[in-house]
Write a protein that binds this ligand. Structure first.
Ligand code: KG4
Ligand code: ZN
Length: 339
């Protein structure tokens, strides 16, 4: 018998619902929240309100698009954390209500766990190659940067992590320094393609083991820009593309260095990337180039599943469903939730 899971994601500023049937994505609807753009970052209270407005139409649309009826759904999986508490509350309350009303199991999902499984998201009649276990995942999002050994769908081990900012945060903060709107990552990506990455160079952090650090890079970028502006007020405008290319190159270098070390240390050549920053074209290209040099097997999620989406939540819910890992209705969302 088929297993149909409704996935719900509301950890930050996107409201998303998806229908997963036997591990395959039938629909994945995302409502972006434009309201935050003018504030230069996500405003938690506005995010919660927008989730409240969006959640029912988004779920309805996901069910219709999947061409199923709601009584065919076997379980509802939702993001329990990490994320903004008010935003998480909307998704978790909706999911609990849905589970009770339909009398189906509720499944809590860790958002990071779900990002890591995103290379397994497939559409009907699609033959995407998926990694054999164990494999390495570089998880790079707005709040996290980790290298993880994936032993199994439900068993993963963190072997490296950031000691300060996340890679996405480094993109967003450097974008802000250049006066670009939030979220700056995608814009830096776009402008970097038009610039020379060797035009400016920034010092690399010295961090032990497989850990990362990005706050020093951000600070040296800030001081560099400040000094240049003192001499030429139009410095950013004149050099925007080169600045984007150079800072992106530095961030990617830091990530790739540790990934190479991890692969050598663990003797694993199956490598995947996940999380918002894995949408970055420069990172995808570096990974592919390094992969050719080192004989890596590379697994990159579909572009639309790199950033936050409910399909990855539904898929993780599907694996938990198969292991009967159901959740009670008195579980509370967790703003901080370790993998
Ligand atoms: O995974 P995600 O959608 O949300 C979190 O769970 O944090 O990641 C969002 C982060 C933001 O920092 C955003 O700037 C970054 O991913 N991002 C990118 C790109 N697309 C999204 N960073 C660099 N290049 C991109 N193309
Ligand atoms: Zn995320």
């Amino acid at each position: 018998m088929s297993i149909i899971v409704l996935g719900i994601e509301s950890s930050c500023d996107d409201t998303s619902a998806a229908i997963i049937k036997d591990g395959i994505v039938l629909s994945n609807i995302i409502a972006n929240q434009e309201v935050h753009k003018k504030y230069g970052g996500v405003v938690p209270e506005l995010a919660s309100r927008a989730h409240q407005q969006n959640i029912i139409p988004v779920v309805e649309y996901a069910i219709n698009k999947a061409e199923i009826s709601k009584d065919q759904i076997n379980a509802v999986a939702y993001t329990r954390g990490p994320g903004l508490l008010g935003s998480l509350l909307v998704g978790s309350s909706f999911s609990k209500g849905f589970s009770m009303a339909m009398d189906i199991p509720l499944i809590e999902v860790n958002h990071l766990h779900a990002h890591i499984l995103s290379p397994f998201l497939k559409h009907p009649n699609e033959n995407t190659e998926t990694p054999e276990m164990p494999y390495l995942c570089l998880l790079v999002s707005g709040g996290h940067t980790q290298i993880v050994v994936v032993h199994d769908f439900l068993n993963m081990e963190i072997i490296g992590k950031t000691i300060d900012d996340a890679a996405g945060e480094a993109f967003d903060k450097c974008a802000k320094i250049m006066g670009l709107p939030y979220p700056g990552g995608p814009l830096i990506d776009q402008y970097a393609a038009k610039g020379n990455h060797l035009e400016f160079s920034f010092s690399k952090p010295q961090v032990a083991n497989l850990d990362f650090s990005f706050s020093g890079l951000k600070t040296s970028f800030l001081y560099f820009i400040r000094d240049q502006i003192e001499q030429d007020a139009l410095f950013i405008k004149k050099n925007l593309f080169h600045l984007c290319a150079s800072i992106q190159y530095s961030i990617i270098n830091i990530l790739m260095d540790k990934l190479i070390q991890a692969s050598e240390l663990k003797n694993i050549n199956r490598i995947s990337i996940a999380g918002g920053v894995s949408a970055n074209k420069g990172l995808r290209m570096s990974l592919e180039a390094e992969g050719r040099r080192r004989n890596w097997e590379i697994y990159i999620p579909h572009f639309q599943y790199s950033t936050d989406n409910a399909a990855m939540i539904g898929l993780t819910g599907y694996f938990k469903y198969k292991s009967r890992l159901f959740s009670s209705h008195d579980m509370v969302p967790m703003a901080r939730y370790q993998l």
